[in-house]
Structure formats: C-alpha cells, structure tokens
Ligand binder design. Structure first.
Ligand code: CO
Length: 138
C-alpha cells in the first residue's frame, strides 16, 4: 500500500479570508500554514485536522487553473492530496495502472513537499495530488 495518509482535501474559494473566518467560527480551526505558490497561481491556507489538512485555495490570477475551475464549476472541492513516502514511486505506479499524469515528474509543492498531479480523466473524475513530505516540511 503506497498511501500513508490523506494529506489534504483542497477546496477552491473566491475569498480566502472569508473562508478562513468561516472555518474559524464553525470549527475553531486555525491556520497552520499559509503560502503563495506563484508557479501554480494560488494562495493556500492549511488548517490542520489530526495528521491531515483542509487546504483552502484561492487563485492569485485570472489565468490560474484554480480560477478556471471556479469559473467552470463554481467554488468547492478541487482535488485530494494523497500522502506517500516516495512521490516518484507512487507516480510510476499510478501511470502503470493507467493514470494520466499532469506532472511527468515529481516537483516542489507547498510547505517543502514534493508533489505530482494526476488528471481526473482516467482517475474516476478526481484530480489527485501525490504528496511526499520531506524532512524540512512541517
Ligand atoms: Co494540494
């Protein structure tokens, strides 16, 4: 079994501050980590839940894939992050199982992780992110 944890559930929102405030009022949730990932055109806020995260995600530009997703389908569930020990091994295994990789090789993700995205087509309609935590990650 290559999966070690549900790393995060990513929810695309238009107003990150409003979403953080809502989760704070509803659950008492606090932001564990916040980061702008320019290469992905997103700003994210991670709310820790046990050993996993809720990732609130907002686009930083109109050309961001997340902006396009919100335009097309509205706010809501965007992708699921599966934690793995080795992103490359998991990516190869998924490709061997018939998955369509968006990232042909593992690349840097937020909070010092190594990630690779898998296209929803061929993965039962779910955008999958493989997430490998590195020693520097927190
Ligand atoms: Co993610």
């Amino acid at each position: 079994m290559l999966l070690t944890e549900i790393d995060h559930v990513a929810i695309a929102v238009r107003d990150l501050e409003a979403a953080i405030d809502y989760y704070a009022r509803a659950f008492g949730a606090t932001v564990e980590h916040r980061e702008i990932v320019e290469s992905d055109g997103v700003e994210e806020a991670l709310l820790k839940v046990a050993e996993s995260y809720i990732q609130l995600l907002t686009p930083t530009s109109e050309t961001s894939p997340v902006a396009k997703a919100i335009e097309k389908r509205g706010e809501g569930l965007h992708h699921i992050g599966y934690r793995v020990d080795d992103c490359g091994v998991a990516l190869d295994s998924m490709i061997a199982a018939g998955a369509t990789a968006i990232d042909k090789a593992p690349r840097p993700g937020s909070r010092g992780t190594t990630v690779a995205f898998i296209h929803p087509k061929g993965s039962f309609g779910t955008l999958i992110e493989l997430v490998q935590e590195n020693p520097a990650a927190h």
